[in-house]
Design a protein around this ligand. Structure first.
Ligand code: NIG
Ligand code: FE
Length: 407
């Protein structure tokens, strides 16, 4: 396939490391460009004055942007049912944390998942996966965390494994057994951690069901010391950490994650100056999830400040039934501009190449580069890259190409 006369071919960066600082504001692109695909791979690209002769499938890209598909590095895409009853409770004044403390929230999803078969979970997750691919997502991370028992967590991870086998886009599985304490372990935290460490992890490792390990490091969930036990246990099986932290509290989660070379720290609605210093001196990616504070009416992540200070920032959807019931990365990119004060170039970099780094998929995804997978978005005719976040809620995507095939 050859796409020619592309108005702007966006995101042609080739970086060995996640972008940070002023590099985040540079969206490398070629104006009036062509892009050649062979099978599922990017064969070559350049500006129209060097366009090769080609007699296969030719697409006219006049007036359009072509950019890599979104790399969504943080989702909880496998879940039993939605939770709009809690949405209504919140609209009447209850907070997300109050609902969680009363046995709603994550425990509500865990109860529902217990009574849902692996096949049913697979079918609904498969539908959601296809829904986000159509919205331009071309690589994704999916967490467990609504099982909260040996059987439940394995069930979720097996569903993710089946999604991996069938999916046209790459999936990274993240084991989030430490999402919440199940009611029966409310007063026996160590008992649940022991269950994770001694029963869940060995079985998960034996079946090769996880790529990463996660924990919810917050006052309402796992303390810093408890999270450290989880990170250390995961590392014994080669699972790098991608950790939920600083959604509600600055309590040392970032310092802990940097100490253990976590791949990413995710959420970061609240973050203090000392924590920014830790991140600056590390390779850990700060993954911001702006649709969670949007949906929960919480304060937004300090995206502008993190970038100005030189932290590597990624954007992800956090698709889940409680705090972000949407996997629409186009909206996430808009929110990052409007609420996190990121520029369109920074937001697009954060949602593509830096998201790929946050899943260790940067060799094959996240930018337009020779040899990378042919996963890209062709927009409708638009004026500039900035129109993508500017026109929030509007569908600027004309076609999504995955593995060289239009879907
Ligand atoms: O990333 N905060 C923890 N976990 C999810 C929400 C899970 C839920 O409410 O079901 C999050 O926001
Ligand atoms: Fe999350």
């Amino acid at each position: 396939m050859l796409i020619k006369n592309i108005k702007s071919l966006l995101q042609t960066s080739a970086s060995e490391k996640a972008l940070r600082g002023k590099h985040m504001s540079e969206l490398k692109s070629i104006q009036n460009a062509w892009l050649l695909i062979e099978n599922d791979t990017i064969k070559n690209f350049g500006s129209m004055n060097s366009c090769p002769k080609y007699d296969g499938d030719i697409i006219d890209g006049s007036g359009r942007m072509v950019l890599p598909t979104w790399c969504d590095s943080h989702t909880h895409l496998v879940f039993a049912t939605s939770r709009e009853e809690e949405f209504e409770m919140r609209l009447k004044g209850k907070s997300y944390q109050e609902i969680a403390e009363a046995g709603g929230g994550i425990l509500n999803s865990a109860k529902k998942l217990q009574n849902t078969s692996e096949d049913e979970l697979f079918e609904s997750a498969w539908e959601r996966l296809n829904e986000v691919i159509k919205m331009g997502t071309g690589a994704i991370e999916i967490k467990s965390g609504y099982g909260l028992s040996v059987e439940g967590e394995l069930k979720m991870l097996r569903v993710i494994q089946r999604l991996k086998e069938k999916s046209p886009i790459p999936i990274k599985a993240n084991f989030l057994g430490a999402h919440s304490y199940p009611t029966e372990y409310k007063d026996n935290h160590q008992g649940y951690i022991d269950l994770i460490v001694n029963e869940m992890l060995p079985q998960i490792a034996k079946e090769g069901l996880a790529d990463y390990i996660d924990a919810f490091c917050e006052k309402v969930a796992f303390s810093v010391a408890e999270t450290e036990q989880i990170i250390v246990a995961g590392a014994k099986y080669g699972l790098k950490a991608k950790i939920h932290t600083n959604q509600f509290n600055c309590m040392g989660g970032i310092e802990l994650c940097v100490k253990h070379n976590a791949l990413s720290v995710d959420h970061l609605e609240v973050v203090n100056d000392k924590e920014i210093e830790y991140l600056k001196g590390s390779e850990t990616v700060a993954t911001l999830l702006p649709s969670a504070p949007f949906f929960l009416s919480d304060p937004y992540q300090p995206g502008r400040k993190l970038i100005d200070e030189g932290v590597a920032v990624a954007l992800a959807s956090d698709y889940n039934p409680g705090s972000s019931p949407s996997g629409n990365m186009n909206f996430v990119v808009s929110l990052a501009c409007v609420k996190l004060k990121m520029t369109p170039a920074e937001a697009i970099n954060a949602a593509t190449i830096n998201g790929a780094f946050a899943m260790e998929l940067e060799q094959d995804y996240g930018s337009i580069a020779i040899g990378k997978k042919a996963n890209f978005i062709i927009t409708k005719p638009i004026n500039s890259a900035a129109f993508i976040p500017y026109s929030f809620g509007k569908d600027t995507i004309d076609q999504v190409v995955i593995n060289g095939k239009r879907i």
